[in-house]
Ligand binder design. Structure first.
Ligand code: CA
Length: 293
């Protein structure tokens, strides 16, 4: 054996991934997108695009949008060490012209005509009754055409005090109208008068299955702090997205901290949601480069 080979033999074993408890947990294996927000306002791991773009209302054409790469770094910034785990995304203001930032959807969710599932998990730290500047705020809104036309999201509404609500609205046919949000039959789950306070971290998960099956077998559930709040189920929910035009909108009119944002390629079980709630750092190992994972 030459000296060079001897050195190689010493180095190679060090590069072999070592099994850690987190590496084998099911929720981590199902991640399709993960942003720790520890160091930058971008994804650490993604099957699709990792960077934020901004959608603005068109300056003159009503109902039209203008899309720009990047985002306003004075509005969205990293608060080092202030997260539930490491740094967090801090949103300090609303963006002019109804500006909203988004990650591309293509590749980052498992959307599939014929049936698919997924989930979003994140942590929020705000007081919706004192921090927000607008009537409605969507910490997460995944859609192409709008919240009530092929959209899955959670928001704080304009009630006083505000509610936290989850919505899973199917895409509308031409001329069709969405079930109004106050209607008890709307595809929504509500936490009335959610009393979040600045300084307190809360874990929110929306998980769903059997979207776009064409059958009334869809299910979407909201969990807050590991607890199942409610479900929308036994109805047909088709997103019918053009994935190239759909976006994962984040922090829409939100003011506060947002952390450990993750998307999953299938629905999550109650046990998996509980695990994510109990271990906020569960996904942090996804930050490691490919060869070390
Ligand atoms: Ca973080």
């Amino acid at each position: 054996m030459t000296p060079r080979l001897a050195i190689a033999c010493l180095i190679v074993p060090a590069l072999v991934p070592t099994a850690s408890p987190a590496a084998d947990t099911p929720p981590r294996k199902a991640v399709t997108f993960y942003a720790s927000f520890d160091d930058e306002a971008a994804a650490d791991f993604a099957n699709g695009g990792k960077t934020l773009s901004t959608r603005f209302n068109h300056p003159t054409e009503k109902g039209q949008f203008v899309f720009e790469k990047g985002f306003d770094q004075k509005v969205f910034r990293i608060a080092k060490g202030k997260g539930i785990q490491g740094g967090a995304l801090e949103v300090v203001d609303v963006v002019p012209r109804n500006g909203r930032v988004f990650f591309p959807l293509a590749g980052n969710l498992a959307f599939k005509k014929g049936g698919w599932g997924g989930a979003v998990s994140c942590w929020v730290n705000t007081d919706p009754n004192t921090q927000l500047k607008t009537g409605f705020c969507d910490p997460v809104q995944i859609t192409q055409k709008g919240a009530n036309n092929g959209g899955i999201w959670f928001d704080f509404n304009d009630a006083k005090p505000r509610d936290l609500r989850m919505g899973a609205f199917p895409a509308l046919a031409e001329g069709q109208k969405a079930v109004p949000e106050p209607d008890p039959n709307a595809p929504m789950v509500r936490v009335q008068g959610v009393g979040f306070k600045v300084g307190d971290w809360h874990h929110v998960v929306v998980t769903w299955n059997n979207f776009d099956t064409g059958k009334p077998d869809a299910r979407a559930a909201l969990y807050v702090d590991g607890k199942l709040i409610g479900e929308v189920k036994d109805r047909e929910i088709g997103m019918s997205w053009d994935v190239e035009k759909a976006g994962i909108y984040l922090g829409v009119s939100y003011i506060g901290l947002l952390d450990e944002f993750a998307l999953f390629g299938r629905e999550l079980s109650a046990a998996e949601v509980a695990m994510l709630h109990q271990k906020p750092g569960l996904l942090a190992s996804l930050k490691a480069p490919e060869k070390e994972r």
